[in-house]
Design a protein around this ligand. Sequence first.
Ligand code: ADP
Ligand code: MG
Length: 685
Amino acid sequence: MNRDTPIIEVKGVGEKTRKLFQKLNIETVGDLLHSYPRDYEVFEDPVQIARAVSGEIQAVYAAVCGIPNEKKIRRLTILNVNIADETGTMVLTFFNMPFLKKVLKPGGFYVFRGNVQRHGSHFTMEQPRIFPLEEYKKQTHCLNPRYALTKGLTNGAFRKAVRQALSDFVFEEEYYPEEFLRQYGLEAERRAAETIHFPADRESLAEARKRLVFDEFFSFLFLLRQNKRFSDGLENRFRMFETADTVRFLEQLPFPLTRAQKKVWQEIRDDLGGNRCMNRLVQGDVGSGKTILAVLALLMTAANGYQGALMAPTEVLAMQHYETICGYVKEYGIAFRPVLLVGSMTTAEKREVYAKIASGEANLVIGTHALIQAKVTYRALALVVTDEQHRFGVRQRESLAEKGESPHILVMSATPIPRTLAIILYGDLHISVVDELPANRLPIKNCVVNTSYRPRAYQFIARQVEEGRQVYVICPQVEEGEMEDLENVVDYAEKLAGVLPSRIRVSYLHGRMRPADKNRIMEEFAAHSIDVLVSTTVIEVGINVPNATVMMVENAERFGLAQLHQLRGRVGRGEHQSYCIFVSAQEKEETLERLQILNRSNDGFFIASEDLKLRGPGDMFGIRQSGEFAFRMGDIYTDAAVLKQASDAVDRLFQADPELQQPENQKLREHLKNAAASQVDFRSI
Ligand code: ADP
Ligand code: MG
């Protein structure tokens, strides 16, 4: 059994389970073993009700008092259950679980585990899990892995499959040179893989994690370095001259470029007209106006008689760019003949577009990564702009080179990362920074609140909608069962529709929907046929709906600050005052302090550097990393030290043996060849 063995060959995995795993993009044993636990649940001893701490997941052992009380609010059934121990009482609330009425007998004792909230002397818990005491005791104090699940697949079934796969898996021989293992303190891959799924304690877990994170960073940085070596040697085959087109376009624009935009535009122009092929990153906070810079570079390309491509990470964003640019063509008569190319188009539609690209009839191609696939032949592709996904950029140079193309590459990124990390992670690119926002922006008003604030937030949302505005609500999960104690998009949308006045149109969006459905929902939101959009972070990149003025983020404690900042960038894009409500289900001081940084600043770089200061190797789990640098396990913030080690290791390797020709590097070379293939699987959004 190896990484490519189909999952169906794992003992105990049948057709039904295979389909469920497939929903989670787990097709092979390698995928399964790389699906690391989201976190580890530790069942502590139950606490007395009077000692329960607000905002924390805890267990109490208590008796059911009286008959549960059921209420119906439109489609929602709410069950309230009173419980008591010798120290106090607590009210449990369950949504849409009417069958519990029969299960929870008055006088029966159970362990209830969930998020405790305290309001004065009054304790509550929403949707706790229920255990008989004996069953709970069996599980206390272990580190139980919790996986990202889907409806129908239980955590137990997932664990069983992993355990079985681990016992039949044949691991590669150690591929790092001896001295790396010693110097960086890395344990064997096999041991790490086993421990990460079934840790004995926190110390061994940390060791395991270190090896896996190092592996991930190392192969990524190796690829980056290879890429740099390759592109540094490329000569500019598409030398461009500035024409009247860009000058005229700039004069016609309703606003002048900011000083920062002007500076970066100059850097881009110098590259396009210089001796070497451009390989540049434009980094700038959300809303700093990067799109216009991409448009200018593409216009210069078209005016010089070449073709340009603009690549976005999602179809929705690609379509939005397409519309913006068609708008410019109409309004300013600029020299683009644009086409759109996305995966969800029909074969016939695609064929027509391919023909236009091949003949040169189209001089600007806008789309998703579909536009650099093998089937697309360009007539004279001179510039590829990648919006909001640097990792795209890393691989695309190679894919393009394989097709015999070596265009200029311009990567746009809104992910503000601290400079020390940027030097490592963007090591293959020259960096331009747009460090200024257009002057006409109203700062966003922020607040960080706990869950008891929700009713007021909903009222506020309702009022904004009455005034004609639109609202985003972000939840970390897709559907119920992934993780019980986190808000999930599907149920939340239903709950919200029940609570808000019925004329308010609520809908939802998540990454597992089919692309066509995602597009439809986004278009409806953009066209204002939806008022409130409940979504996972799929909307974090680039979407522009200037009428949206409220961003409410549930379980904000689960997200990295950079990502929250990115989400916040979805509002405040129009003329209306915008608001951000960060709801934390945790009331720990550190958590609130971290979130308060967002309250104090709207500057992405400042936020990122503060986040780096506050997060250390202690926060191994639970915080979602920001999209652009989402590694499977490594987090560029909490694992910054390992990132530096991996970078150091790659440096040394490149100094000593860049082609990996030495016999002691043979195994590493084989390994990296395979790893490179899996690096391509950037998270599809
Ligand atoms: P981002 O850098 O996040 O991609 P966009 O390019 O989407 O930002 O720009 C955000 C908004 O700001 C757009 O509506 C754009 O037209 C506008 N904009 C860009 N540059 C300027 C400027 N110099 N002055 C005023 N508005 C600008
Ligand atoms: Mg953008």
